[in-house]
Design a protein around this ligand. Sequence first.
Ligand SMILES: Nc1ncnc2c1ncn2[C@@H]1O[C@H](COP(=O)(O)OP(=O)(O)OP(=O)(O)O)[C@@H](O)[C@H]1O
Length: 259
Amino acid sequence: MTLLSVEGLGIGFGGIKAVHDVSFKVAPGEIVSVIGPNGAGKTTLFNMISGVYQPGSGRVVLKGEDVTGMAPFRLAQRGMSRTFQNLQIFQNMTVLENAISGFHLQESGPVLADLLHLPSSRRRARAAEAGARELLARVGLERAADREAGNLSYGSLKRLEIARALAMRPKVLLLDEPAAGCNAVETEEIDHLIAEVAAAGTAILLVEHDMKMVMRISSHIVVLDHGEKIAEGAPAEVSRNPAVIAAYLGTEEGADADG
Ligand SMILES: Nc1ncnc2c1ncn2[C@@H]1O[C@H](COP(=O)(O)OP(=O)(O)OP(=O)(O)O)[C@@H](O)[C@H]1O
């Protein structure tokens, strides 16, 4: 079963093809990583999938529905959430308030009810708080709930961001460099968290520079170079692929090796 299908996605910036004809699929419980040297097109691909950029060509299909170019909040309502390379945490708010903010997209309830503090809006607020506390427990931050987010360690902030993305109960979770800036211990904690989220049935799509982490946790790896998919497969398979090795070493010869 496929949850997310990326079909021939492409985009150019000023005549330069940043991503060209990239396709792959992600199934429930799978961890698919997109890797490639700097400038390979990973972030651009992510931005197209998550509705930040409108693709120039191709389709993004989520649970059988064409969601190409759909705005991020609409995608979130349909079951696709993402985190960002640069943390999007409200530093001056508490950890709990940050987690609660993840529930806002879910609430399509009337704004008037909130303004008037009607019972329905108070109920929603209580449900969001309970949900947020549950999520904090899931990512190991329950004891930090009342701390100001700005005082957290980097690894904890990354976990908080994942907690917030989980508020929407995503079927597909896009993680943009979840271990960036983390030390080895923090990276391992994030590893476990991602593996747990996947084990619960969520499809995970990951862009990550930490190769050790990618090799450890991925079910499947998609390799980009110069905007094109040059290889795809299980970690062991991809890591010994000559075209992949050459792309990382930056030799022209190797880049041509698989056509
Ligand atoms: N908004 C933009 N306008 C113009 N060119 C862009 C834009 N975004 C990306 N590019 C170009 O598209 C190509 C792919 O960039 P992208 O950032 O997606 O690569 P990446 O694989 O994520 O790199 P890194 O590993 O360094 O983050 C690069 O040549 C980049 O300069």
